[in-house]
Design a binder for this molecule. Structure first.
Ligand SMILES: Nc1nc2c(ncn2[C@@H]2O[C@H](COP(=O)(O)OP(=O)(O)OP(=O)(O)O)[C@@H](O)[C@H]2O)c(=O)[nH]1
Length: 341
């Protein structure tokens, strides 16, 4: 059976996927960031290494475009094995997408990943005068790892303890924080970072992108039906290594079969011993997010490279808020009845 297993090469279930997750604090956060921009000297934009193209929020380009910045791809440890020979190739390709500024790749478990960022900021980030120092705003999609990065930079830079709260679900940071010192300079023009709320896009035109962002944890787990998300995960796992779930099942493209077996194995049973499929789906997704079901990218870097050659470097087109709301309304109308909330 395993020898003849053929994974799906396309994921068929897009119609039922909601495409919006633009919350009040996203809108307010973005507005506040724009307002504060005149007092900000530098921007650190975080993106998720597992979805290096999809986790770009084009609204930051528009809002923070002219400010000096660097890009940090977080969760590197979850995108490939640490000693994998392809890691450097991946990094090289991703780097080639951003030729305007410095690009870094970090894992929260690696202190040494912080040193090059600190060194770069020390040389490149200048404030208006030594009294205020240099103010760096850290931005990115929800749950991408902004607060974790700030704590790690602080720990490595000035040997101080955690300063901002982190958490496994999006939306832990709701407001722009107070400045946190990460670099001390002899001339007293220290470098401070400000945490910001994660900001999602007003509408995701491509449903597959929504699935990728949901898998990475950028939207709350209740937004996309867990079985659909687990199915999308299974689709990716099978393209990489269908053996990673051999503890529960032989290779399969049938998510319900896998979830049934996994639910029984993990003890996710409702009354009468019936498998709790939604709970099993969420648990399976969490296992992947913890690196237990393979480490791989969700974006196809070669396809993106080709797209850029054909269409130029511009990423997703930025929709105005009213365009996004209209597109969302239209998409809701088109969704099958049973999936509407
Ligand atoms: N494995 C791994 N997990 C990480 C990494 N960086 C962050 N995380 C985890 O990702 C989750 C989200 O991290 P946060 O730092 O709270 O994310 P955030 O971007 O500040 O989230 P918001 O409050 O939604 O803006 C937490 O569970 C972190 O432990 C990383 O490099 N590797």
């Amino acid at each position: 059976m395993a020898a003849s297993f053929v994974p799906r090469h396309v994921f068929p279930h897009y119609a039922s996927v909601p495409r919006s997750y633009f919350l009040g604090h996203h809108r307010a956060g973005l507005r506040k960031m724009k307002e504060m921009l005149s007092s900000i000297d530098y921007v650190v934009e975080c993106r998720d290494f597992r979805a290096p193209v999809t986790s770009i929020n084009p609204m930051f380009e528009e809002a923070l475009g002219e400010t000096r910045r660097l890009i940090v791809y977080t969760k590197k440890d979850l995108g490939c094995q640490p000693d994998s020979p392809v890691r450097l190739q991946m990094e090289k390709k991703i780097r080639s997408f951003d030729q305007r500024g410095a690009v870094f790749f970090v894992s929260s478990t690696s202190r040494q990943d912080m040193s090059p960022i600190l060194k770069h900021l020390r040389n490149d980030a200048q404030g208006p005068d030594k009294l205020v120092g240099c103010r760096v705003m850290v931005v990115g999609m929800p749950n991408v790892g902004k607060s974790t990065l700030i704590n790690n930079l602080r720990n490595q830079g000035v040997k101080r303890a955690k300063a901002v709260q982190t958490g496994g679900q999006p939306g832990i940071t709701r407001k722009i924080g107070t400045p946190v010192k990460i670099i001390e300079r002899e001339n007293e023009s220290h470098v401070y970072v400000l945490d910001t709320p994660g900001v999602f896009v007003p509408f995701v035109p491509d449903a597959e992108k929504m699935l990728k962002l949901a898998l990475c944890g950028c939207v709350k787990d209740a937004v996309v039906p867990p079985v659909t998300l687990a199915d999308y995960l299974l689709y990716h796992i099978n393209l990489h290594n269908a053996q990673v779930y051999e503890r529960w099942s032989e290779p399969t493209n049938e998510v319900m079969a896998l979830l049934n077996r996994f639910a029984r194995h993990a003890g996710h049973l409702s009354k009468g011993g019936v498998p709790n499929i939604d709970l099993a789906a969420l648990h399976l997704i969490q296992k992947w997010r913890a690196g237990d079901l393979g480490r791989f990218l969700l974006d196809d870097l070669s396809a993106e490279e080709q797209r850029r050659q054909e269409e130029g470097p511009r990423g997703a087109v930025v929709m105005s808020m009213s365009q996004a709301l209209k597109a969302d309304k239209k998409a809701r109308k088109q969704r099958p009845m049973e999936t509407k909330k």
